[in-house]
Design a protein. Structure first.
Ligand code: PDD
Length: 277
């Protein structure tokens, strides 16, 4: 008899629920997105849907209509009724018995969650500590893939050091990005962050941080930094959909500036938040 075992329960393989045969579990064979709302309004949904379409296309999952995904997001957001919400949606290649090469006609699975964003006022007013970790990820980090093991391990390492985020460093001693955030430095009126390559996620928040920077008179240089350069910057911050701009006040144990969120970071945050209303 072909069987499966779920915890201690034996189930004939033919009776397994599709969720246990999801290629996301076996292979991380899928992609995802996260959008958030500010006071009842979803921010940059179209940009996220476009990146989602790019991720789907990059891993050759076809036949999913982005208009349908948009309506599912909007409908569930409406039902949830959470004003500051975090909406994750995932698509996997589908469910079938484990096989690296999937059947051609597999139906993709869609899964979405909406939860309330926790209050991050403390992190934003006091700033956070970060620590570096080797970037062990694959060579297509521009795809928002469900394979996040290297990110998870880096974050665990950071947490063990009492840090909130891990900053990933590649084999050339250059910072790529955070385990789940974009990474920025400010020195001499200049905003610096890694250029968009296949080594980093094309962060949506990054686009708007750069725009906010321009509005407040900061020049932007898209060039990677070494950990040494980062630790000597006037100001550091991370940016992501769920946390927007979060100041970094300690980098690998070294105080940044006077150990308080920097003045440009504060101005930038105010400008960024003006886009969300
Ligand atoms: N992560 N880089 C990585 C590796 C990320 O996982 C994220 C976001 C970002 C920032 O991208 P954006 O500005 O589009 O959110 C950069 C989200 C929060 C997550 O996966 O949970």
């Amino acid at each position: 008899m072909q069987i499966a075992m779920i915890q201690d329960k034996i189930v004939p393989i033919t009776e397994l629920e599709p969720v246990y045969l999801d290629r996301g579990i076996f292979f991380g064979d899928g992609v995802y997105e996260v959008v958030r709302s500010y006071d009842g309004r979803i921010f940059t949904l179209e940009e996220h849907l476009q990146r989602f379409a790019n991720s789907l296309s990059a891993i050759e999952i076809s036949g999913l209509d982005i208009d349908r995904i948009r309506s599912r997001v909007l409908k569930s957001f409406d039902v949830a009724g959470i004003s500051n919400a975090r909406i994750y949606f995932h698509v996997t290649r589908g469910s079938e018995l484990r096989n690296h090469l999937s059947k051609a006609d597999l139906e993709p699975n869609f899964f979405l969650t909406i939860t309330e964003l926790e209050d991050n006022t403390q992190a934003k007013t006091k700033g956070i500590e970060v620590s570096t970790h080797p970037d062990w990820r694959w060579k297509r980090c521009d795809i928002k893939s469900l394979n996040l093991l290297a990110n998870v391990l880096a974050r665990r390492d950071a947490a063990a050091k009492g840090c909130t985020e891990a900053i990933l460093v590649d084999e050339d001693d250059l910072i790529t990005e955070g385990a789940s955030s974009a990474f920025f430095a400010i020195s001499d009126q200049t905003l610096r962050t890694a250029a968009l390559t296949a080594n980093i996620l094309p962060s949506i928040t990054r686009q708007f941080v750069i725009k906010a920077g321009k509005n407040i008179g900061l020049e932007t240089i898209e060039k990677t930094l070494t950990p040494q350069q980062a630790s000597e910057a006037d100001e550091l911050f991370i940016a992501s959909t769920t946390q927007d701009i979060t100041p970094v006040v300690k980098f690998d144990g070294k105080l940044i500036g006077d150990g308080k969120p920097g003045k440009h970071t504060k101005l930038l945050t105010r400008e960024f938040l003006s886009f969300t209303v």
